[in-house]
Unconditional design. Structure first.
Length: 205
């Protein structure tokens, strides 16, 4: 791809670094920005800068937040004894959209994947196990995607807390095997949360 401007080329190369965006899509986006009023580009730049400098990780659930405690964890109407274990903020958003879950979350920040070099030490697993062992939790709901990595992560956490007095469950398989939570429709995901099953039972399926 030949560029008439080095500045244009640099901008396209940077946008193309984003996941799922190739050079042609990046070029289309950059040209769109060039056609917009200058202040629009300034707003985008400012928003991205604030995202990098001001965004926080909730000290309780590790969700992305603007404050030390996210809005969910600081909500007195949520049940702190039921924790839904998810991979990232996209799963939190998907489950929240169902309006069927009133507990709190624990965001792992990924899934165990030896192929990608991600082990338990790279995720927020130790802090979750600590919560369980401290007796803060009565039920742990595994809501990771039904992939090999998701199932491996669920099983690893389950073995760490197996001796603790806590109920472990997993979302019902209304979510197809291999599906990511963020792509599930709200009705199916809501029913999967409400009709969750004991985790031990899921191991037999």
């Amino acid at each position: 791809m030949d560029f008439s401007s080095k500045l244009l080329e640099n901008a396209v190369n940077e946008v193309a670094r984003l996941p799922g965006i190739g050079k042609r899509t990046a070029l289309r986006l950059v040209l769109h920005l060039l056609k917009q009023p200058a202040e629009n580009t300034s707003y985008l730049t400012e928003a991205l800068q604030h995202l990098r400098t001001d965004v926080k990780s909730c000290e309780k659930c590790y969700n992305i937040s603007d404050t030390i405690l996210c809005e969910i964890c600081s909500n007195p109407n949520r049940n702190p004894e039921i924790i839904c274990v998810v991979e990232d903020i996209r799963d939190v958003m998907a489950i929240e959209n169902t309006s069927q879950f009133r507990g709190l979350y624990h965001v792992l920040g990924g899934k165990i994947s030896p192929i990608e070099g991600i082990g338990p030490q790279n995720l927020e697993i130790e802090s979750l196990v600590e919560k369980v062992k401290n007796g803060e939790i009565k039920e742990l709901i595994f809501a990771l995607s039904s992939t090999m990595e998701g199932d491996t992560t669920n099983f690893y956490i389950f073995k760490q807390i197996e001796e603790c007095n806590v109920v472990t469950s997993t979302i019902a398989r209304g979510i197809s095997v291999g599906d990511e939570l963020e792509y599930a429709d709200e009705v199916t995901l809501g029913r999967s949360i409400l009709n969750r099953i004991p985790f031990e039972q899921s191991l037999k399926n």
